[in-house]
Ligand binder design. Structure first.
Ligand code: ZN
Length: 261
């Protein structure tokens, strides 16, 4: 499921290939029950250009200073795919932007959990959805405030988009693994040292993935990611990786070096 680094990689593709081109029309793919822009909303985009992109947490935006903008949530398996007409077209395209010339942008979505909407202003959208600070941008003090105000499990706190925007199941596990903190630990019981260590771990994990354009083949072998199997040996301490449920979500953690207290 796409998290901040995967969303950032998608944003970059739009930024690289789809800016400053007039939108001739916006087509819908096969009829679905997804939340997608209706006729009027799509009509607002006709004749306009995307001149900039933004991302906040898992929300991807493309638009211009005077608007309108699109906001995209990739859902489980969605992606944004620029391509040129005449070549191979992406399958499962639910929305296709037809730019002047041959350039196209497909919102590809094999499963139906992604959404796209036309909005006036990304900042108003972020406020309306009560999204927390972006998980890659947040500073150490603001991060400590968020954790200190949260009585629930630290893994759940990392994944709550209203507290911290951008982290999901996979990279919350990775940050906790790196920080040596058990996922069920109460966020407000971490204490200053472990909170600071977790902030650094979040920043390092997301930063590495963003630099690698979310290419998983560039993930080092000492990360949890290649060892996310129940009973696997922990590359950090030789302990055992165990699977559990935290806040209804599956968590993988080392039973030995990730401490709860
Ligand atoms: Zn370990």
């Amino acid at each position: 499921m796409p998290e901040l680094p995967e969303c950032e990689a998608n944003r970059r593709r739009v930024e690289a290939d789809c800016l400053n081109r007039t939108i001739e029309r916006v087509e819908l793919g096969e009829v679905t029950h997804m939340d997608l822009p209706g006729d009027n909303a799509r009509g607002r985009l006709t004749g306009r250009q995307f001149t900039e992109t933004r991302r906040h947490g898992k929300a991807i935006f493309a638009g211009s200073e005077t608007g309108p903008w699109i906001v995209v949530h990739l859902g489980m398996t969605g992606s944004l795919r620029p391509y040129d007409a005449g070549g191979k077209e992406p399958d499962y395209a639910k929305v296709t932007f037809v730019f002047e010339g041959d350039r196209r942008l497909a919102f590809r979505n094999p499963r139906k959990f992604g959404t796209m909407a036309v909005i006036d202003d990304p900042d108003a959208y972020i406020a309306e959805k009560r999204l927390g600070p972006d998980a890659l941008d947040i500073g150490a003090n603001a991060f400590a405030d968020v954790m200190g105000r949260t009585r629930g499990a630290v893994k759940s706190a990392l994944m709550a988009q209203t507290k911290l925007a951008g982290i999901g199941n996979l990279w919350s596990d990775e940050a906790l693994y790196r920080a040596g903190i058990a996922p069920e630990t109460r966020a407000d019981a971490l204490g200053p040292d472990r909170t600071a260590r977790l902030h650094e771990a979040v920043h390092d994990v997301l930063g590495h993935l963003v630099s690698a354009d979310a290419d998983y083949s560039q993930i080092p072998d000492d990360w949890l990611f290649p060892h996310r199997t129940s009973g696997a040996a922990c590359p950090a301490c030789g302990g055992r990786i165990e699977k559990s449920k935290v806040g209804g979500r599956t968590a993988y953690a080392c039973a030995d070096h990730q401490e709860a207290a």
